[in-house]
Design a protein around this ligand. Structure first.
Ligand code: GLC
Length: 522
């Protein structure tokens, strides 16, 4: 692991998201846990992962499967205990893997002692830790709609005759960050995990923690759009600046990665501040982009326009625990392979969602097994680890497996050097060993229709990446790419060797080194 001297270790790292319920089961109860993660760290090191972000494992009534937190400084017994967390960090660090904790600052569970106190009376000292408003019992204070249920983001509390705000479920009341005591309490939470060795945080709903105290109505057309910028308020920025200043005092150079759930790259860029807010923010517009060369050229141009001039570092993410997996969205393994090449060779920090390296599709969930109020069970199916009948999960996994677990499991794919798993591993190795690919400059070049060609360059080393998004073979002849050194490709030999690139197979991609530039700047 690069030491503390490397302040921006997160620029060259690849971060792997673990959804703990679905990753690995250490005790056979059918629900993944921290012990399960410890048991798979060697696998992640073999794969070439340099940091993991673990979705919430806090004590929780699990209405939102852990994003409803009842204690920010402990571990739910279903996932283990603080001792297991400490061992996880120690073991991960021994293997050169950093550990990011999921910080959920926008809301708590309604079972959190703070909210229970807040509900007890209007003059309780914790009343103002949450967002309470007056309005008649039949009229919520504004028109906001809570995520998932399509109902008002307000719940009437009869005992004290006021409404409380919840941008998500009624069981997830929003904390009031305008109250300095809340900010201080959350800083204490952050210190708690940093003191235990955490290397940073993924920050849930990072853009929504500050609110306009007037809580104005949203424009009607935006009320039902959960990704709209309605909760993008200037009040959040000073809060993030103070959080950044605090974490910066820690020797491990913690990273703050924000879930800025907006669909506008310009808006997302604002959350980097003047290099004094988030270190990284998820660039979700790319996750929502279609799998076409045109759509991706636009994403790359947008990212370049926003992040380039201020030297902010972009992120790339194709899948997570909230969205259908990109293997499912894009529709084929060939495309998922080409997407792996793209994800791991762009300029910026890539995020891998556990299981995408196995080419997992979403599971098909029969109606009687649906458990998530947000309808996100498919992408949260348990990871099949081996071909055995229970795939490493005991008799009763909490959700059904993704398709073809008998063959599409970690052990079986590890035995097949042509598998998507080995493609991810080769790409990760190449990226680690090739400074041009992780820190180099980025430039899109002209290329045939349906393809994307770009150059990464550092210190005179020039690496080119060609991705064919189309479902047809594309000619890339004209001697433009002859005598090149093929580093990794999604087809054929996979890596190594000198050659020509004449035809790029349908939905294929190739990474190559060449002294001559194979295309004009686009
Ligand atoms: C974020 C999480 C999502 C969760 C929500 C509320 O969007 O990614 O899983 O349901 O916040 O905490």
């Amino acid at each position: 692991m690069q030491g503390p001297a490397s302040r921006a270790w997160w620029r060259s790292a690849v971060i792997y998201q673990i959804y703990p319920r679905s990753f690995a089961d250490g005790n056979g109860d059918g629900v993944g846990d921290l012990e399960g993660i410890v048991g798979r760290l060697e696998y992640l090191a073999w794969l070439g992962i340099e940091a993991v972000w673990i979705s919430p494992f806090y004590p929780s009534p699990m209405k939102d499967f852990g994003y409803d937190v009842a204690d920010f400084c402990d571990v739910d017994p279903i996932f283990g205990d603080l001792g297991t967390f400490d061992r996880l960090v120690e073991e991960a660090h021994r293997l050169g893997i950093r550990v990011l904790v999921d910080l959920v600052p926008n809301h708590s569970s309604d079972q959190h002692p703070w909210f229970i106190e807040s509900c007890s009376s209007r003059d309780n000292p914790k009343r103002d830790w949450y967002i309470w408003r007056d309005s008649p019992p039949d009229r919520p204070p504004n028109n906001w709609i809570g995520a998932f249920l399509g109902r008002p983001a307000w719940t009437w509390h009869a005992a004290t005759g006021q409404w409380y705000l919840h941008l998500f479920l009624p069981e997830q009341p929003d904390l009031n960050w305008a109250n300095p005591q809340v900010e201080e309490a959350m800083h204490d939470v952050v210190r708690f995990w940093l003191d235990r060795g955490a290397d940073g945080f993924r920050i849930d709903v990072a853009h929504a923690i500050g609110k306009d105290p007037a809580l104005p109505d949203s424009p009607p057309e935006l009320v039902l759009d959960p990704r709209a910028s309605v909760h993008d308020d200037p009040a959040t920025h000073p809060l993030l600046r103070r959080l950044r200043a605090m974490v910066q005092t820690y020797p491990q150079n913690p990273v703050l990665v924000g879930e800025v759930h907006l669909v506008d790259t310009v808006k997302i860029g604002e959350y980097y501040g003047n290099d004094d807010e988030l270190h990284l923010a998820f660039n979700f517009p790319a996750l929502y982009a279609d799998w076409t060369a045109e759509a991706w050229k636009k994403q790359l141009a947008d990212a370049d326009a926003v992040f380039g001039p201020v030297d902010a570092w972009p992120t790339w993410v194709l899948s997570n625990h909230d969205e259908p997996r990109h293997r499912t969205r894009y529709g084929s393994e060939e495309r998922a392979r080409a997407a792996a090449v793209l994800l791991l060779t762009l300029r910026g920090t890539p995020f891998i969602y556990a299981g995408e390296e196995l080419g997992l599709e979403d599971a098909v969930i029969p109606p009687e097994r649906k458990v998530d109020p947000g309808n996100r069970d498919g992408c949260r199916a348990p990871i099949p680890w081996d071909p055995s009948a229970d795939h490493g999960w005991g008799p009763d996994p909490w959700l059904p497996f993704p398709p073809e677990p008998e063959t599409r499991n970690m052990e079986s794919l590890k035995e097949d050097p042509e598998s998507i798993l080995h493609l991810y591993r080769r790409l990760l190795k190449l990226r680690r060993e090739t400074p041009a690919l992780n820190l180099g400059s980025f430039k899109v070049l002209e290329s045939p229709e349906g393809t994307l060609l770009y150059q990464r360059e550092l210190g005179g080393d020039r690496i080119f990446v060609l991705v064919n998004f189309s479902d047809a073979e594309v000619s890339f002849g004209d001697g433009r790419a002859s005598g090149v050194q093929i580093l990794v490709s999604t087809y054929g030999a996979g890596s190594g060797g000198e050659g020509n690139i004449d035809l790029v197979p349908a939905s294929g991609a190739v990474v190559f080194r060449s002294a001559a530039q194979p295309g004009k700047p686009a």
